[in-house]
Design a protein around this ligand. Structure first.
Ligand code: FES
Ligand code: FE2
Length: 376
């Protein structure tokens, strides 16, 4: 390991262990160093759980969509048994992707030499393969570790990843009344953001910027001064963006919600790359798939509870969130350029209610880094 990387790892640990009354951020190099990104790509990102989408995007057997995570082409498909699997989207013959986009298939027929795979990834046909040593049963598409939690589909590139759901118990308990799993998707969009992935996690997860960056879109509903820190754990953090008392609840949502839950949005992150806003009737999730140190593929989805929102209201919410995302994106592009400055040193963070979630994120990064560095 290079001296620079060693130095950065110890700086990260130092940041994460600062006393609670003296929280600080990370220096710019953590967001701009290609060497550190490579360290993350083969470590914390490779081993982490990443959200790919929602289960109701593929409700029927044979429904599928493709995705890409850290250079790995993925095929997410619902099998004949109703189970959602995440398969390698790389043909076992000579590595052509076996599917593109989304749709429904009985078989996935490779476009190169027509090897055909079933919905569970098994190779069912390989035309003209007369070589005696060829064993069709050993040429299925590899299945990756995946999990479904509250209607979200997750994957890890690490075959030995610790199961996700048990690590989310306190978060799961906090949001269970919202019935997140029963929200139905109404919108999805994919875009590229020119910033480091950690900048977007931190930005989404702190309420400190809300009134400043979103004066017209968010300040009226979720002003900074009403934000309050909520539960956190090794793999997640959260805060409440509370609505002012004079603002009516926006939709009723699930029957088990109380007035407090209807009068706030709960923002949570499942580390490393998912950020979510949960409110009574609306669920917005961003999956950040890092491409390089300063580029992310961002896929965001919007889901709604039952028929709480009319089609017109849904269109309004989509337009609002498109604008909010644009406001954040513009800021983060400018931030990314400045983070390359030699003067981009670790600055003091605001109190827990405003930026305590960033501390949690840095503790997660530092905690992972105590695991011996991978060899590959
Ligand atoms: S690469 Fe797929 S069949 Fe040849
Ligand atoms: Fe924002």
């Amino acid at each position: 390991m290079s001296a620079k990387l060693e130095f950065m790892r110890s700086a990260l640990k130092n940041t994460a262990t600062m006393p609670d009354d003296r929280p600080i951020g990370l220096p710019g190099a953590f967001y701009t160093s290609t060497e550190f990104f490579e360290h993350e790509r083969t470590g914390i990102l490779h081993d982490g759980w990443h959200c790919l989408g929602r289960v109701d995007e593929i409700p029927n057997s044979g429904d599928f969509f493709t995705s890409q995570l850290l250079g790995e082409p993925l095929l997410v498909v619902r099998g004949n048994d109703g189970v959602i699997r995440v398969l390698s989207n790389v043909c076992r013959h000579r590595s052509m992707p076996v599917a593109e986009g989304r749709g429904n298939r009985k078989l996935f027929v490779c476009s190169y030499h027509a090897w055909s795979y079933g919905r569970d990834g098994a190779l069912v046909r390989a035309p003209n393969m007369f070589n005696a040593s060829f064993d069709q049963s050993k040429c299925g598409l590899p299945q990756l570790r995946s999990e479904v939690w509250r209607g979200f589909i997750y994957v890890s590139l690490n075959d030995d990843a610790t199961p996700l759901a048990p690590q989310l118990m306190p978060l799961d308990h906090m949001i269970e009344d919202y019935e997140t799993e029963s929200f139905r998707i109404v919108h999805a969009a994919e875009e590229e953001w020119a910033c480091n992935w950690k900048c977007l996690v931190e930005n989404f997860m702190e309420g400190y910027h809300l009134s400043v960056v979103h004066p017209e879109t968010l300040r009226g509903y979720t002003p900074t001064e009403l934000c309050s820190k909520a539960v956190s754990g090794d793999l997640f953090t959260s805060y409440h963006a509370n609505y002012p008392n004079n603002i009516p609840a926006r939709g009723r949502g699930a029957p088990g919600l109380d007035d407090g839950q209807r009068h706030r949005s709960t923002l949570f992150s499942i580390f490393p790359t998912q950020v979510v806003s949960q409110s009574a009737s609306l669920l917005v999730s961003l999956s950040l798939h890092p491409i390089s140190v300063d580029r992310i593929n961002v896929r965001w989805t919007m889901s709604v509870y039952g028929d709480d929102l009319s089609p017109e209201m849904i269109d309004q919410r989509i337009a609002l969130w498109t604008r909010v995302n644009q406001e954040d994106r513009d800021k983060l592009i400018r931030l990314q350029a400045a983070l390359a400055s030699t003067r981009a040193e670790a600055g003091p963070l605001a109190s827990d209610d405003f930026e305590g979630t960033i501390r949690d994120f840095h503790r997660f990064l530092a905690g992972y880094d105590e695991i011996p560095v991978r060899k590959n």
